[in-house]
Design a protein around this ligand. Sequence first.
Ligand code: CAA
Length: 275
Amino acid sequence: MRVGVVGLGTMGAGIAQLCVEAGIDTVGREVTADLGERARDRIVHFLTRKVEKGQIESFEVERLSLTVDLTDLAKCDLVIEAIVEELEPKRQLFTELERICRPDTVLATNTSALSVTEIAAAVSSPERVVGMHFFNPAPLMPLVEIVRAELTVDAAFDTAFSLAETLGKHPIRCHDTPGFVVNRVLIPLLNDCIRVLDEARVTVEDLDAGMKHGAGWPMGPCELVDLVGVDVHVHASEALYEKTRETRMAPPPRLVAMKNAGLLGRKSGRGFYTY
Ligand code: CAA
């Protein structure tokens, strides 16, 4: 099997890393060679650590080929899109992929808060479009939501499901509803947590300690928003609020202010915490 990954940011690089680790020939596409190489360096770093820790014996970095040219994805059996989380660029990309790839190539999107059906509607063969929603950090989080859009056929759905299993993940099946399964629950919950910060006049550290030690979360809500990225979380909240009109989905003003000030979490060096 040959897998294409379009966009090698945090999610795409993590997905490509999983493919390389599983011994799958992988074509990674970024807009510049420099961005592609940076992603490869990260992948090699994490896989080397796994070898050092004895978690894997070895890996073959040659499994990953980098390109800036979408036509290099022509021979892929499945392509996973992990570009910017905006509808129009994704729809545009899918029309190009439809033109470049074989008719039986499965086209998957890693979108977390957009509609897979709306992305699929951009192409003339929407039946081969499916959601494959990985969680951040993709190499560490076991879950992948396999999302059935309105017109997805079983063959495409099953191919995506079985790829997730090959990658060592725990896939679950769901339909294309706003936020799918986990974000439908997690996004309003995180927003509640952030509102509680002000309501209960609790410190960031104590709120995180509360959810870790009182609810068994592996990391506190503020740590988690910092990991996901304040901008990413606000964007996903807005997208879900737009679709559901549920007030708990709307991003808390405190998070919007943080986003506007460039306090984006780990990636900018400062969010709720300083890194
Ligand atoms: N690839 C491989 N290894 C990686 C890695 C990566 N990308 N990133 C980190 N690691 C490594 C670390 O380097 C570390 O190894 P060494 O330090 O020995 O080199 C190892 O993984 C373990 O790291 P940690 O000690 O930080 O691991 P942990 O046991 O504390 O667990 C965690 C980390 C899995 C992230 C855990 O804290 C957790 O489950 N947190 C919750 C995360 C979560 O909820 N994610 C979902 C976010 S929501 C989302 O993603 C939806 C969306 O659409 C926005």
